[in-house]
Design a protein around this ligand. Sequence first.
Ligand SMILES: C[S@@+](CC[C@H](N)C(=O)[O-])C[C@H]1O[C@@H](n2cnc3c(N)ncnc32)[C@H](O)[C@@H]1O
Length: 139
Amino acid sequence: MKRQKTWQTMIKKLDITGSDIDHKMIEIAKDNAIEAGLGDLVSWKQMQVSDLFIRSNNGYIISNPPYGQRIGDKDMVAEMYSDLGNIMKNHPSWSVYIITAFEAFEKEYGQKATKKRKLFNGFIQTNYFQYFGQKVREE
Ligand SMILES: C[S@@+](CC[C@H](N)C(=O)[O-])C[C@H]1O[C@@H](n2cnc3c(N)ncnc32)[C@H](O)[C@@H]1O
C-alpha cells in the first residue's frame, strides 16, 4: 500500500498541446490522434509560433514547420524560426526538435543545434535539428 502511494505522488499528468496557425490542420491532426487512440491525451490550439507562451519547465517542442521552399516563403519562415529562437532562449530547460529542409535554420534560430541529423521527409532531404534542454529539478 505504501509503495502504491509513492507511485501515485510521482506520476505527473501529461500536458500535450498540438498547435498550428491553420484550423483545418488542427482538425486533421485531431482526427489522426483519435484514430491512434490518443484523442484524450492531446489538447489543441490554433495559434502562430510568435504567440507561443511558456509557463513551465522541462518541456519539449517537436515541430515540422514550413521549409520555405516555395517562392516568397523564405523570408516568412526565416522570421518564424527567428521568433521561435528568441522565445526559446528564455526557456533553456526545454528541448526543441525541428525537422526542416531550410539550410540556414540554425542561423535564423540563433543557436547551433546540440545534434543535427540528415534525414528524408518523403523525397525531401531535411535536417533534424535537436536542442537538448538543461533540465531543472522540480518539486
Ligand atoms: C510542413 S507543414 C506540417 C504539417 C503537420 N504539422 C505535419 O507535420 O504533418 C507546416 C505547418 O506549419 C503551419 N504554419 C505555417 N506558418 C505558421 C506559423 N507562423 N505558426 C504556426 N504554424 C504555422 C502550416 O499551417 C502547416 O500546417
